[in-house]
Design a protein around this ligand. Structure first.
Ligand code: UDP
Length: 328
C-alpha cells in the first residue's frame, strides 16, 4: 500500500516508517521538523517537510504519490506543556488533524489511522480501561486528541468508503531492537528517557511527581508498551480496514507499572546508579491508567510481544548509551 506517515521524523512515526518498509509498503514521510529529526527517516524514503495544517500542500502529496492510507502521528504529546499552553495543543493537534482531513477528503485516499491516547479517558471509573469507557479528559492534550477523534468519527459516514481507525495509546516505550532508531524529545520530560539520561550522568537527579496517589506505593501507574509492538498493531489495523469501517482500539500491554517500579526496572536495565528525589504531583496526571487490550486481540489477533519492562527499557538504554547526543 502507498502510505503517508505524518510526524515521520518523530519517535513513533520513525518507528512506523521502518516497520512499514519492512512489511513491503511504499512510504512517504511528512514532518514539519518542529520537533522531529530528519536523520530518523532513511534518506531513501521520500521526505516532505510540511505542516499538516497546510491542506493544499498535503493534498498535492496525497495525489502525486497516490496515497491509499494516512497514518497520522504528527502531534505534541506533553501533558504538562498542554496544561501550560493549551492553545498550542488545540492548534497543533486538533487543527493539524482538521487540515489533514480537509486534504484527505478532497483526495482519493480512503484509509486513515489516527494516533490517539488514553489521556482521552481522563480519570477512569473502572480499571482496566476498555474502549467503551467514558471519555472525559483532564488535560488539554487529551482534549485536543478527543476533538480529533470526534472529527474523524463525524467525517466517516459523510465521506463514502472512508474508513478510519482510532488507536488509543497508553505509554509508549523502548527503541528499535536493532539499535537503529531512538527517542529524542526537546525538552525531554517522559519518565523513561529522563531515567536513562540520569543513568548516563546527563542529569543529576530524577524527580518522582507525587507519592501520595491512591495506588499501592503512592506513585502513578501507567501501562508501558514497546514502540515496535505499537507500530505492528498499526500495520495490522491498516490492513484490516474495510471501506467505511470505524475501528477503535486501545493499545497497551494490559498491565500497569508504578513510577517506583519503572525506576527499579531502569536500574536493572542500565546497571547504573542514579539519584531519585520525591516531589510534588504534576498537574494533569491521572493516578492510574492501564488498558484492557482484549478487543484488538480478539478481533485482529494482536497482543504485546514484549512484556518485561526491564527488557523494554533495555532497548532504549542501548540506543541512549550508543548515541549519548541522541539525534543531536
Ligand atoms: N513522571 C515522574 N517524573 C518525571 C517524568 C514523569 O514521576 O520526571 C511520572 C509522571 O508523573 C507519570 C509517569 O511518570 O505518572 C509517566 O509520565 P510520562 O511523562 O512519561 O508519560 P505520560 O503518562 O504523562 O504520558
Amino acid at each position: 500500500m502507498n502510505v503517508l506517515v505524518t510526524g515521520a521524523a518523530g519517535y513513533i512515526g520513525s518507528h512506523a516508517v521502518q516497520a512499514l518498509l519492512r512489511a513491503g509498503h511504499a512510504v512517504v514521510a511528512l514532518d514539519n521538523l518542529s520537533r522531529g529529526h530528519r536523520q530518523a527517516v532513511p534518506s531513501a524514503v521520500p521526505f516532505v517537510q510540511a505542516d499538516v495544517r497546510d491542506s493544499e500542500r498535503v493534498l498535492d502529496v496525497l495525489r502525486s504519490h497516490r496515497i491509499e492510507c494516512v497514518m497520522h502521528f504528527a502531534a505534541f504529546a506533553y501533558v504538562g506543556e498542554s496544561v501550560e499552553q493549551p492553545l498550542l495543543y488545540y492548534d497543533n493537534n486538533t487543527l493539524g488533524t482538521l487540515g489533514l482531513l480537509r486534504a484527505v477528503a478532497r483526495s482519493d485516499c480512503r484509509r486513515f489511522v489516527f494516533s490517539s491516547t488514553c489521556s482521552t479517558y481522563g480519570v477512569p471509573d473502572t480499571l482496566p480501561i476498555h474502549e467503551s469507557a467514558a471519555q472525559s479528559p483532564i488535560n488539554p492534550y487529551g482534549a485536543s486528541k478527543l476533538c480529533s477523534e470526534r472529527m474523524l468519527r463525524d467525517l466517516r459516514p459523510a465521506l463514502p468508503d472512508f474508513a478510519c481507525a482510532i488507536l488509543r495509546y497508553f505509554n509508549v516505550a523502548g527503541c528499535a531492537s536493532d539499535g537503529s532508531l531512538g527517542e529524542h524529545h526537546e525538552p525531554e520530560t517522559h519518565l523513561i528517557p529522563v531515567l536513562l539520561q540520569a543513568a548516563l550522568g546527563q542529569r543529576d537527579k530524577v524527580t518522582v511527581f507525587g507519592t501520595d496517589y491512591p495506588t499501592p506505593d503512592g506513585t502513578c501507574i501507567r501501562d508501558y508498551l514497546h514502540v515496535e509492538d505499537l507500530v505492528d498493531a498499526h500495520i495490522g489495523v491498516m490492513q484490516a480496514l474495510a471501506p467505511g469501517a470505524e475501528m477503535i482500539y486501545n493499545l497497551g500491554m494490559g498491565r500497569g507499572h508504578s513510577v517506583r517500579e519503572v525506576i527499579a526496572a531502569a536500574r536493572t536495565a542500565t546497571g547504573r546508579p542514579f539519584h531519585v528525589e520525591f516531589g510534588a504531583r504534576r498537574p494533569g496526571d491521572p493516578p492510574t491508567l492501564y488498558s484492557d487490550p482484549s478487543k484488538i486481540r480478539r478481533e485482529l489477533g494482536w497482543k504485546a510481544r514484549r512484556t518485561d519492562l526491564a527488557q523494554i527499557i533495555e532497548t532504549a538504554w542501548r540506543w541512549f548509551r550508543d548515541n549519548p547526543r541522541r539525534y543531536g
